[in-house]
Ligand binder design. Structure first.
Ligand code: NAD
Ligand code: UFG
Length: 336
């Protein structure tokens, strides 16, 4: 299939491009580079050994998007493009609604005009809000979401359901990611935050390589085995393969799937695993809880296993090893 990847030069999109090509698909990438670098394309082409079609523009540019649908014979769309910093979304909510929801509306309209009905969307476990963990796809969504970023994911999922209900030809899937971590085993592509990382894993990686002093552990008084926050970390290559599986099992209507490992790992366990991979202790200090953080959550993974035939294969140790390889060979991330 010819697959359009919006935001395909980003962290998850780039890893998914590699897996799609490995499964015989062709990819066409649209990205405005607001949170990625042109160098990603060079690295991707090196990994896959072929040229990848790339268009640089903002997805909200309807006419440019029309040109892509006209020129390329698109069979399906994987929609990664969006802004993802939770804290920033609280400060700039309109930017988040405009970019995330606005670009999704533009995309759905263009798909309709050009008769493309297959869509896989990058959602997040954040749509479960205050539901009780472990989350299953039938857990309530949209209640207790604490930030505009999470709201945009919920709004887009709702819109996808409404649109899918209006036309039996549409095959829409929302993938609810848990915490993506790790890098491609080549060390050529990985996560490259433009600023000081907000998320734990890239923060640990930058402490490991000496770019940051020490990890700040946000609270050790949660009701968890060691008192620190517990999350379901998923290797980005497993996540990428989840997209290939979703694409190959598309069916009429709207479906949501959790993409997680089904296991929780604490902050301290993650620091210990990364220390092991890096071969030296990673310094950390305990600080206050971060407002809005939940103590613990992880995924129920049965639906993806049963319906997509997909489950994670890689471990936290694999993620730490691959991320260390990426971070230590690219301490400053992509050059341009
Ligand atoms: P990323 O920022 O690395 O990738 C997103 C890409 O989209 C970037 O290359 C950016 O330049 C591009 N982009 C953003 N807005 C655009 C627009 N209007 N037009 C064209 N391109 C645009 O993020 P990621 O970690 O790869 O995440 C991909 C998707 O997965 C996002 O939608 C994100 O919300 C979602 N997600 C990520 C995580 C995570 O922890 N990384 C967790 C859950 C969900
Ligand atoms: N943490 C620290 N120190 C840090 C950063 C995080 O101790 O410097 C802790 C947090 O308190 C939490 C855990 O590490 O217990 C993970 O935090 P992250 O910021 O890495 O990830 P979150 O689970 O908070 O959020 C992530 C994504 C969101 C997404 C959410 C649900 O950042 O976009 O998962 O999928 F919505």
């Amino acid at each position: 299939m010819n697959i359009l990847l919006t935001g395909g030069l980003g962290y998850i999109g780039s890893h998914t491009a590699v897996e799609l090509i490995a499964h015989g698909h062709d990819v066409i990438i649209v990205d405005n580079l607001c949170n990625s670098k042109p160098e990603v394309l060079t690295r991707l082409e090196k990994i896959v050994g072929k040229t990848i079609t790339f268009y640089e523009f903002d997805l909200r540019e309807e006419a440019l998007l029309d040109d892509v649908f006209q020129k390329e014979s698109i069979d399906a769309v994987l929609h990664f493009a969006g802004l993802k910093a939770v804290g920033e979304s609280v400060e700039k909510p309109l930017e988040y609604y405009d970019n995330n929801v606005g670009s999704s509306v533009t995309l759905l309209r263009a798909m309709e005009r050009h008769g493309v009905g297959k869509l896989v969307f990058s959602s997040s476990a954040t749509v479960y809000g205050s539901a009780e963990s472990p989350y299953s796809e039938s857990s309530p969504t949209g209640v207790g979401i604490t930030n505009p970023y999470g709201q945009t994911k919920y709004v887009i999922e709702t819109m996808m359901q409404d649109v899918a209900s209006s036309n039996q030809q549409l095959e829409f899937v929302s993938l609810r990611y848990f915490n993506p971590v790790g890098a491609h085993e080549s060390g050529l592509i990985g996560e490259d935050p433009s600023d000081t990382p907000n998320n734990l894993f890239p923060y640990i990686a930058q402490v490991a390589v000496g770019k940051l002093d020490k990890v700040k552990v946000f609270g050790d008084d949660y009701a968890t085995p060691d008192g620190t926050g517990v999350r379901d970390y998923i290797h980005v290559v497993d996540l990428a393969r989840g997209h290939v599986a979703a694409l190959e099992h598309l069916a009429s209507g709207f479906q949501a799937y959790n993409l997680g490992s089904g296991h929780g790992t604490s902050v301290l366990e993650l620091i210990a695993a990364f220390s092991e991979a890096a071969g030296h202790e990673i310094p950390y200090t305990i600080t206050a809880r971060r407002p809005g953080d939940l103590a613990s959550y992880y995924a129920h993974t049965d639906k993806a296993a049963q319906q997509l035939g997909w489950s994670t294969e890689k471990t936290i140790q694999d993620a730490c090893r691959d991320s260390w390889k990426w971070q230590s060979s690219n301490p400053n991330g992509y050059i341009n």
